[in-house]
Design a protein around this ligand. Structure first.
Ligand code: SF4
Length: 243
């Protein structure tokens, strides 16, 4: 009888196969092999998002792109989302928003982030994303090892809590490669980067970053919170963010 691979075995095999491969090769396999079933990209349309989106568009611009609009984003991000989609010819950007009724009940005044930021991120990010991902077998993120300590051991493929495979084709990319790709491809930049925001999330929880500071220092500044919690480990524990 044939042994059906567990998700862990499949992910382990993929990491062995693609550990030394380029982001483009990882993406081509993910999007074209048929091995992954239905695949979506999740993008914040933040400071570096355009790189992953550019690589995806070169393979299939009709790939579903899930954009989490928490309804607390900068207006610049909403405009940038449209600019990037038009520039790259993305034809299936799906805007995911928090559930109307739950938002009305839990955060009618939009102040939940001040008192219970984890609850706010669950309401506006984690729960809507998990709902949106129900129709997909795998998803692609733009996370990179250099971005923070919690991502230092990031692998190209992950088992997301036994639910589906998560693909991180840029895991091994450094900041210089990101900048070089943007320059070489003359990609549109998020307007807030030039104004001192190297990492961009929701407006109330993102501040400018000073010279010499960690690029993510402006996220949830002066709070213990460092991640939004939309990523899950194989054991189901929340540990990381997408943006
Ligand atoms: S980043 Fe801030 S505003 Fe956005 S969902 Fe999380 S706590 Fe709420």
């Amino acid at each position: 009888m044939l042994h059906r691979l567990t998700l862990d075995e499949k992910v382990s095999g993929l990491n062995g196969q693609f550990d030394q491969q380029s982001a483009g090769e990882i993406l081509r396999h993910t999007l074209l092999s048929g091995e992954f079933g239905k695949v979506a990209v999740v993008s914040s349309f933040g400071a570096e998002s355009v790189v992953l989106l550019d690589l995806v568009a070169a393979i299939n611009p009709a790939t579903p792109i899930l954009f989490l609009d928490t309804e607390m984003l900068f207006t610049e991000t909403l405009a940038y989302q449209k600019t990037v989609a038009t520039h790259l010819g993305l034809t299936d950007v799906r805007v995911i928003t928090p559930a109307r009724e739950e938002t009305f009940e839990q955060d009618n005044e939009g102040l939940l982030h001040l008192y219970f930021p984890d609850q706010c991120c669950a309401l506006r990010k984690s729960i809507p994303l998990q709902q949106a991902l129900k129709g997909f077998d795998a998803w692609i993120t733009g996370r990179k090892r250099y971005q923070s300590g919690s991502r230092a051991t990031l692998t190209p493929f992950e088992n997301e809590a036994g639910r589906r495979i998560k693909v991180n084709p840029l895991a091994h990319w450094g900041s210089d490669e990101v900048k070089a790709h943007m320059a070489a491809r003359d990609l549109p930049r998020h307007p807030l980067v030039a104004r001192g925001y190297p990492s961009i999330g929701c407006a109330p929880c993102t501040t400018q970053v000073g010279f010499g500071e960690d690029p993510r220092a402006g996220r949830w500044r002066n709070q213990e919170k460092i991640e939004c919690g939309i990523h899950f480990t194989a054991t189901g524990a929340v540990r990381d963010s997408a943006a």
